[in-house]
Design a protein around this ligand. Structure first.
Ligand SMILES: Cc1cc2nc3c(=O)[nH]c(=O)nc-3n(C[C@H](O)[C@H](O)[C@H](O)COP(=O)(O)OP(=O)(O)OC[C@H]3O[C@@H](n4cnc5c(N)ncnc54)[C@H](O)[C@@H]3O)c2cc1C
Length: 413
């Protein structure tokens, strides 16, 4: 389809190289991603999404779907393909009485937070989706309508279609949050991390335990969502994990907490991530993590975030999202500015993560980088991957939606 024909049927517009807004649309969070779509289709309606998919398929253009552009590997941006840009579809409508939010496919979490405040895994709180499939059908997926697709969309990434609307269940969480951070030197980091691990197993579920390691130095803490006074009640127990060099206890609003990493300068860095899931944190894993962090070279920062709580409440087979028995999610995250350092930085992150491979039970799909099918196999156990592959065969047998952590249709891997 000629570009002018596509433009004529759209509520939105088509941008190509040189148009105002084109460079802005192709720029995403990771500064390493510098690809040039042959066109950006700025969609303003479900009708636009249907028309864009049809045009891309008839012209053989690879599709990338842009919402927030925060995928670390930059899956939103296809080189010489069609970017289906959902950012003009960013409306959030909250029904406070029914505790429901209808969120368009291009909305950022910040827009939802401003309109409401939500809690728990997003995918566990979706009531229904509106989806445009590769064939151009507009479907609803919920427990009652297309339940197989509903299962796959909750954790299966962008493999089955373009979501144009999410209906979320909302939960009361109050307006406040408390962030606790204690810094430890490398001498005391190991013993503190062991004590932090023990406390995390018994702490109230409103506390999400966090750890950050850089150059062997350790910051341990927790994030409390809810009444800050109740969060402070955990401080005496937390003080027993060791003697820090510095303590920070910060009150903030829930919205500020959600936007904490969302700084403008954060968008200027080149990035590489590598993640693991751990079902437990044995002493030798802690030692390996700290030794690797303190090694000379460009070893990046690493973090641990405790799972459990509301994540573990849901049976593992209820959604495509997997490995709910994970105790801690690990991510090592490199960031730098000089392109000449790309190879060395990426190699250092991979090497550090590889020292912990033996302890890993898998990885979170959103923390995967450029691992391809091997990474997808780390994200989903074999039985889930088989079910996801069957869904892919039904909803996207030609693998139109492949610029993602891709689940290939049968026989195409
Ligand atoms: C600083 C930072 C912190 C993060 N923290 C967390 C965290 O705490 N928890 C967590 O789960 N993740 C976290 N992530 C990962 C992030 O949630 C994922 O990378 C997510 O996919 C980003 O969504 P996006 O809309 O920005 O995606 P984009 O980069 O726009 O797109 C990512 C992928 O999703 C597809 N896609 C986008 N929109 C749609 C749609 N409407 N329908 C179908 N497919 C679509 C695209 O094709 C692409 O494959 C974090 C990322 C960053 C940068």
């Amino acid at each position: 389809m000629a570009m002018s024909d596509l433009s004529a049927v759209l509520d939105g517009e088509v941008l190509t190289s040189g148009d105002p807004g084109y460079d802005e649309a192709r720029t995403v969070w990771n500064a390493m991603v510098d690809r040039h779509p042959s066109m950006v289709v700025r969609c303003r309606s479900v009708h636009d999404v249907v028309a864009a998919i049809a045009a891309a398929r008839s012209d053989g253009l690879e599709i990338g779907v842009r919402c927030g552009g925060h995928s670390v590997v930059g899956h939103a941006v296809p080189d010489r393909g069609m970017m289906i840009d959902l950012t003009p579809m960013g409306e959030v409508v909250v029904d406070a009485e029914r505790r429901r939010a209808r969120v368009q496919g291009g909305a950022l979490l910040g827009a939802l937070d401003l309109a409401a405040q939500q809690h728990g895994l997003s995918c566990d709180n979706v009531e229904s989706f509106e989806v445009v499939t590769a064939a151009g059908d507009v479907l609803r997926a919920s427990e009652r309508e297309n339940p197989d697709l509903f299962w796959g969309l909750r954790g299966g990434g962008g493999n089955f279609g373009i979501v144009t609307e999410f209906e979320f269940r909302l939960h009361p969480v109050g307006t406040q949050a408390l962030v606790v951070e204690h810094d430890f030197t490398s001498d005391h980091g190991g013993s503190a991390l062991r004590a932090w691990r023990e406390l995390s197993a018994t702490a109230p579920r409103a506390a999400t335990f966090t750890a950050f390691v850089l150059g062997g130095l350790v910051t341990l803490g927790y994030v409390w969502v809810g009444d800050p006074e109740e969060g402070r009640a955990l401080l005496p127990a937390f003080d027993t994990i060791g003697t820090p060099t510095e303590k920070r206890v910060t009150d903030m609003s829930y919205v500020e907490l959600q936007q904490r990493d969302d700084t403008v300068d954060g968008h200027a860095f080149r990035r590489y991530w590598k993640g693991h899931y751990f079902t437990e944190l044995p002493d030798d894993l802690i030692d390996a993590m700290l030794e690797g962090s303190a090694a000379p070279g460009l070893v990046p920062a690493a973090s641990l975030q405790a799972y459990g709580g509301a994540i573990a409440d849901v049976p593992d087979d209820a959604t495509a999202f997997s490995q709910r028995s994970t105790a801690f999610e690990f991510v090592t995250a490199a960031r730098w500015t000089d392109p000449a350092e790309d190879t060395a930085r990426i190699a250092a992150a991979r090497a550090y993560a590889a020292t912990l491979d033996a302890y890993a039970s898998g990885a979170y799909v959103n923390a995967l980088n450029d691992e391809g099918l091997a990474g997808v196999r780390r994200a989903y156990p074999a039985a889930k991957l088989a079910r996801l592959t069957a869904l892919k065969d039904t909803y996207d047998p030609d693998n139109v939606f492949r610029l993602n952590q891709n689940i290939p249709p049968s026989g195409k891997d």
